[in-house]
Design a protein around this ligand. Structure first.
Ligand SMILES: *Cc1c(COP(=O)(O)O)cnc(C)c1O
Length: 420
């Protein structure tokens, strides 16, 4: 244990495996949520789909559905030297999620839609059985314009909440941490979202946003560190994902374990997804979280005792990383509690490896992602030679963001790769 702590403190890549992972998923969740809650989040997305297709031209072709492909990745599997004897490599392409360009489309959109729905219902302006395109009326938009939706973010959550809230007619305020990329702020300002810049880290931006929203009775704060609505929006991804496995004829059982690698910031997105997959597939799904070597907040939370809430600064780390989506110093306690008996493990990745894997994916599969999203690809190699390295296994790397990254920015990522 001591040596693991010192490796973490020295920003060395490590793998931690969760000895408390339970094999019985019925008792594995620390939350009083179940399948029904996941389905009600999914139903909410479906109710809103026709409205979303009206609000966003890029959603017309999917009739308002916000989903991503599951893609075989044989060329990337060769590029990372992951032997087929260990199973097959796949990509769950959330970097292409429309409108937001990242996994935050799932949780972030869900929470804004839930808030809008509750508000419209309370005001008697809509009923659940109605066509939600009615929410695009002057009357409803006038109601919404009296409310502010606020959030604190390193970038992508702000992008998702800000764009959706503004599109529905809310005032939108995004508190951005110092890590946030300029182009993400610019994109929001162009859509009429107020961007408040903070010199501090993610945690500071969140607490400033929370405090400012608390002073405004008409402000609704999306709390990335505590939100169940975000969590369920992420979890709902498991429903469509299950269909995708079926379409490829993939089964999940002891001979065909499903191993999922998800980049982790505060922990909400990966935990929601891991929890959702666990609800559906039970003991034969293994979720590993990927964190930057400088920002392993979820890992240090998993190592901490009850009642402790350590930050990566306590380990002497500086929390600076090009993986801006993952630059979080302290984990969500909600996410940590949910994952205590579910997460299979957590591993850390240095920035150079993320740039290299980003370049490998660009060359091998022609997919362009952001550095945060590349963190997943270091995972399979940690399992080489272990019990999950079997020919029937399916390894899913969840690529969490990047399709909206400007070309010049993407080229500068490519230039930082060290592979020839
Ligand atoms: C936010 C984000 C994550 C992780 O989500 P958390 O809820 O912060 O753990 C992973 N990848 C990208 C690209 C993100 O924007």
């Amino acid at each position: 244990m001591d040596s693991l702590h010192s490796l973490i403190g020295n920003a060395q890549p490590v793998l931690w495996e969760n000895a408390q992972r339970l094999s019985n998923h019925e008792i594995a969740s620390g939350l009083s949520l179940g399948l029904a809650d996941m389905h009600s989040a999914q139903d909410r997305f479906l109710r809103f789909a026709p409205l979303l297709a009206n609000l966003f031209p890029e959603l017309v072709s999917t009739a308002g559905q916000i989903e991503s492909d599951l893609l075989p990745a044989p060329h990337m599997q060769a590029a990372i030297d992951f032997p087929v004897e260990c199973g097959r490599l796949w990509i769950k392409a959330d970097h292409t999620l429309p409108v937001a360009g990242s996994i935050k489309a799932r949780g972030g959109f869900h929470e804004v839609l839930e808030f809008a729905e509750n508000l419209a219902m309370k005001s008697g302006l809509i009923q659940a059985s109605e066509d939600y395109r009615a929410l695009n009326s002057p009357e409803v938009r006038n109601l919404f314009s009296n409310y502010e939706v606020a959030v604190g973010s390193t970038g992508n959550l702000g992008l998702s909440i800000g764009v959706m809230a503004a599109a529905l007619g809310f005032k939108a305020v995004v508190h951005m941490s110092a890590d946030a990329k300029e182009w993400k702020k610019e994109r929001l300002r162009k859509r009429g979202v107020q961007v408040i810049e903070h010199v501090g880290d993610y945690e500071k931006a969140v607490s400033a946003g929370r405090a400012m929203a608390a002073q405004n009775p008409n402000a609704y704060f999306v709390d990335d560190e505590r939100s169940l609505s975000l969590f369920l929006g992420y979890a709902a991804s498991a429903i469509h994902f299950k269909e995708q496995l079926r379409e490829y004829g993939l089964v999940v059982d002891a001979e065909h374990p499903l191993i999922v690698y998800i980049p982790c910031g505060v922990g909400g997105a990966p935990s929601g997804i891991a929890w959702g997959l666990n609800q559906i597939f039970g003991r034969n799904v293994y979720c590993y979280f990927a964190e930057p070597t400088q920002s392993p907040c979820f890992l240090v939370q998993m190592l901490a005792g009850d009642g402790e809430h350590p930050s990566v600064y306590d380990f002497g780390l500086h929390n600076r990383t090009e993986a801006d989506g993952l630059a979080v110093p302290r984990a969500s306690l909600l996410a940590a509690q949910a994952m205590r008996n579910i997460v299979a493990g957590v591993y850390t990745v240095d920035d150079q490896t993320m740039f290299d894997d980003l370049a490998r994916l660009h060359r091998s599969e022609g997919l362009d992602i952001e550095p945060s999203a590349a963190a997943g690809f270091a995972g399979p190699l940690w399992l080489k030679g272990g019990p999950l390295c079997i020919p029937g296994a399916n390894h899913i790397v969840w690529t969490t963001g990047g399709s909206l990254v400007p070309e010049s920015e993407f080229n500068s990522f490519l230039q930082r790769a060290s592979i020839g």
